[in-house]
Unconditional design. Sequence first.
Length: 318
Amino acid sequence: MMEPAAGSRRFVPQTPRGRWLTFTVSAGALAALAFGVVARDVAGHDGMAVHDPHVTAWMVAHRTEWLTSVLRVVTWLGSAAVIVPLGAIVGGFFVLRRRRWQPLALLAAAVAGAVGLYNIVKSLIGRPRPPPAIWIGHYSGAAFPSGHAAQSVAFYAMLAIVLGAGRSPRVKTVLWSVAALVALVVGGSRIYLGAHWLTDVLGGYALGASWVAIVVIVVLAVSSRGTGGVKLAAPGNESRRPAAQTPIDEPGTDASTVPHGCGLTGGHHTWVRRAGPSSRAGPTGCHVPGAGESSARRMPPALLITGHLPAMPPYPCC
């Protein structure tokens, strides 16, 4: 059977990274398409945009004192005044406590990109906000798309990815559910408070999701270059190394090695298996030639996305 080209291997669904990359490309394309449809309706004053006044009127008619008080607080969850410090705290924790800069970089890229994109679109479309008479608060600038909606989707989705790395499916489900709930409540609050139309919020959601997909795709695609197309054995397989390569005994030592390009830290590494009473005994690991012990334990950006942590013995990778 012919092996797929190196570039196409990135999309092989049988690998964790390939599944994530295929899914993310598909989801990103759908989000971009949705944004295009909403933007067209807003610019043309037809389609979904026709229903905006009716939705806003219904929201205003159902305002209550207690709900207004709650949503005036909740809406801050989508503002830069909350998102930026929260991202700095989470990212700083990984940098200071775990010596990992990737979570901070991913969170910063998600927020900065979303802010940049929605500001560009706002200036291009220049849609007016709802009438000031229904505002609860003070707002400025164009309406489409909602910046709160865009950056809340971008930030909380990336936060779920970062915090869910290596976690169980149940924990990931909780994280993603909370992220979706926060984004939905923030978007609803913008309509309720009179800051945006419905299509502004929908456009913000689609734009934020598109940008997160782009960031994830770039991380996975760049990281996959380090694999050199090597297909590792499935978790639980006895070897956990490229089938075509055989461990080489190192003269004068009790170790056997096999070079490979696992791509987990972006370079070619060496599997190391120490002799012991059983295949699970002795120090075993994946090491970067010329690097210190700590460098072999770093979690690369791709693992933050896939959450795929290779099995340990007998030939673990990092």
